[in-house]
Design a binder for this molecule. Structure first.
Ligand code: PLP
Length: 449
């Protein structure tokens, strides 16, 4: 490894960072994170903080899980790679698919298609949902419905169902046939409805209206996050997802639950859909599937979908996949990660510590007027929406958000600034004292706003 001077001198010079302006990154280089232990990360200057971001909503097991690390290391020696395209497979992939299917059996998932990450998993679900309808003799069902504020990755399909303007505009035109419903976002919505249950009803009506307008026989799937993560941790009313499920069923529309964040315990249940008592037709997963230790995702299929593919003619061939689908090292990471996730019962800690974090954030909002809305309370995902004027809900300016973020980091916690939101999704192994550290650091951050 080159020395510290080299790293600082070349920081963001050759490397273009995701979701960053390359010129801005050169002017203000990113923090160089050099190490991690437990739920803490350390930067190149030796400053250690609690990682309230969990890497990127993904390091569910924290940074020190040796079981997963050893499984990865061992597999590198046994078989570092082999293709899973037609004709060959590998032992860790067979085992991992079995483990993932068992993990999501209560959600009705019966088949597993491995990918390299969340965007791939979303893309796989979107593509296979179209193929599902073709196989059933309804090839006109090609359109997708999704929620504004939803985030589904950055492939063209995923970006087309994304509900955030800033992930779309630079890359338009996107996929035709994608339509968006209002988000379950009581703080701001086109109906001016602050009651979450009422808002859920209004969105359900908008969904029915859109189906009538488009024609049910043109719609392949609704894709939604059970709790919208990157859009600001928007927690819908408990009636929302069941209502969307019922409408999908009535109109022959597949329900894809995007569980890239909510899967594997983050919501306080093993899946976000289960949290709301819903069984989807497909699930897109990634992140917590390996705790971020190796890039893996998985698209999961219910029995209803599997049956159609498996009982079909040659048209049921899945002409889709990735070089790294069912990667043996990734698969070894998956099996180890799921067994650790279950052994540690991570969803219980996520629920308990999530409530602690949410309650603490609500107390902070009583003290700091810049906090316009506090969201969370369902597992370890929380968001603060920052405003300069509470009555007018004016989004806080970027410079002040950055000041708060930096001061919070200096005081001991890495949080994520996303627009005028501060988002938190720490490892699911986090302790009570470490949640308190996040809250104390944020308090110090707001004091410097
Ligand atoms: C709900 C959801 N879907 C899809 C993705 C895309 O995943 P990836 O960044 O691994 O491609 C993300 C990423 O954060 C996500 O939160």
């Amino acid at each position: 490894m080159k020395d510290e001077n080299f790293l600082k001198e070349h920081n963001a010079r050759q490397l273009w960072h995701p979701m960053a302006h390359p010129g801005e990154a050169q002017a203000h280089p990113p923090r160089i994170i050099t190490g991690a232990e437990g739920v803490n990360i350390t930067d190149i200057d030796g400053h250690s903080v609690v990682d309230a971001v969990g890497g990127l909503w993904c390091v569910n097991l924290g940074y020190s899980n040796d079981v997963v690390k050893e499984a990865i290391a061992k597999q590198l020696y046994d078989l570092p790679y082999y293709s899973a395209f037609a004709g060959t497979t590998n032992p860790p992939a067979i085992e991992a698919a079995h483990a993932v299917q068992e993990f999501f059996a209560d959600d009705g998932m019966e088949r597993v298609f491995f990918t390299s990450g969340g965007s791939d998993s979303v893309e796989t679900c979107l593509r296979l949902s179209r193929q599902y309808h073709r196989l059933r003799g309804e090839p006109t069902r090609t359109k997708f419905i999704s929620l504004k504020k939803g985030y589904h990755g950055t492939h063209f399909g995923g970006a087309s169902v994304n509900g955030n303007n800033r992930f779309r505009v630079n890359y338009e035109p996107l996929l035709p046939g994608c339509f968006h419903l209002p988000a379950p976002y009581p703080y701001r919505n086109p109906f001016n409805e602050t009651d979450p249950a009422q808002l859920a009803q209004l969105i359900a009506q908008a969904f029915e209206d859109e189906i009538a307008f488009q024609g049910a026989n043109t719609i392949a799937a609704l894709i939604m996050e059970p709790i919208l993560g990157a859009g600001g941790v928007l927690v819908p009313d408990q009636s929302f997802m069941p209502m969307m499920r019922e409408i999908c069923d009535r109109h022959g529309i597949l329900l894809i639950s995007d569980e890239v964040i909510t899967g594997f315990g983050r919501s306080g249940d093993w899946s976000g859909a289960r949290h709301w008592g819903v069984k989807p037709d497909m699930m897109s997963t990634a992140k917590g599937i390996t705790s971020g230790y190796f890039p893996v995702g998985a698209a999961l299929m219910s029995g209803k979908v599997a049956e159609v593919f498996e009982g079909s003619t040659a048209d049921g061939t899945i002409s889709h996949g990735y070089t790294y689908s069912a990667h043996p090292v990734g698969a070894a990471a998956v099996t180890a990660c799921l067994s650790e996730t279950l052994r540690l019962n991570l969803h219980d800690n996520a629920a308990e510590r999530g409530t602690q974090l949410y309650d603490g954030l609500r107390r902070l909002s009583e003290k700091h007027g810049l906090i316009g809305d506090v969201r969370g309370g369902h597992g370890l995902m929380s968001g603060l929406e920052l405003v300069s004027d509470r009555a007018k809900k004016t989004p806080l300016d970027a410079a002040t958000v950055k000041r708060i973020h930096d001061a919070t980091y200096d005081a001991g916690a890495m949080v994520r600034a996303s627009g005028h939101n501060i988002l938190m999704s720490p490892p699911l192994t986090i302790s009570k004292a470490e949640i308190d550290t996040i809250l104390t650091a944020l308090d110090a951050g707001f004091a410097k706003a």
